[in-house]
Write a protein that binds this ligand. Sequence first.
Ligand code: TRP
Length: 336
Amino acid sequence: MIDGKKVLLSGMQSTGIITLGNYLGALKNWVDLNDDEGIECFYAVMDLHSITVRQNPAELRKNGRTLYALYMAAGLDPVKNCLFFQSHVPAHPQLAWILNCFTYMGEMNRMTQFKDKAAKHADNVNTGLFTYPVLMAADILLYQADMVPVGKDQLQHLEITRDIANRFNGIYGDVFTIPEAYMGKSGAKIMSLQDPSKKMSKSDENPNGSILLLDDKDTIMRKFKKAVTDSDGLIAYNDDKPGIKNLIDIYCAVTGKTVDGAVKEFDGMGYGKLKEAVGEAVADELAPVQAKFNELINDKAYVDGIMKENAAKASYYANKTLRKVMKKVGFIELPR
Ligand code: TRP
């Protein structure tokens, strides 16, 4: 709790430009909370997590700035929310170290994302990748978060966060708030345009599978034109037609229309027309975000100011928890 408000924390890694899936499934829902007076929201650019796979320094820097500007361009208010870089708050890796000592090898070994990523990056299975969930636990617990909006793929990490927090509290008393998954208004799950059985992902090898938030209109239209559908030519919303279902989900998420309404609207249309309509709707939705982004990315002084203020705010809350933890564990406070 902060000033009687519940605390919510989330974030994304700064590994490449986020997709329409990240936007519709997460960011847009965060923006809806701007005016919720009952919740204090923290959103971080999780750049420390990004280096669990090898990054080019110039690209990591660029991706970090891009994601930060996209948070704001999408509508996250940097005064009502705390928007910060994980690497600007040293308490994150500090707490992560301590929590490492309260986490078991067996627990980390069970993490399905670790197994997937280790298989994908077999040449670089580093211990940071292994303890990734512990850093994530630190991200959450430092702010005494009550709520964490996460996708299904992160639920296992949230569960381990709760286990670690409960274990720590069991030994030292009530230090951490036990966080819960926050399921907002059904965050749309957007699938790859090329393989609708897979989540849309920025690391997809096939660039046509994902709409990136900074794709221009021509690119958006071209990718939708190539989207996988099926062969019967009928527009209906069900699991036997995953490609069509995904297009309708995207259309509804950006227009705010209902599935029934959309299905009626497209009834009798060919797939070409459907794809064009969805492409247009997406381009219309992203145009103002991109315009705002271009403004922000060219206003370094303004963004840097926001960055500084927000890092100070995040540090204030994070350090409060960290000091408490260090005292409980038995470290000596530096005499003032
Ligand atoms: N692991 C998350 C992801 O890849 C990103 C993340 C890092 C996160 N720390 C977090 C999400 C804390 C929520 C809360 O999506």
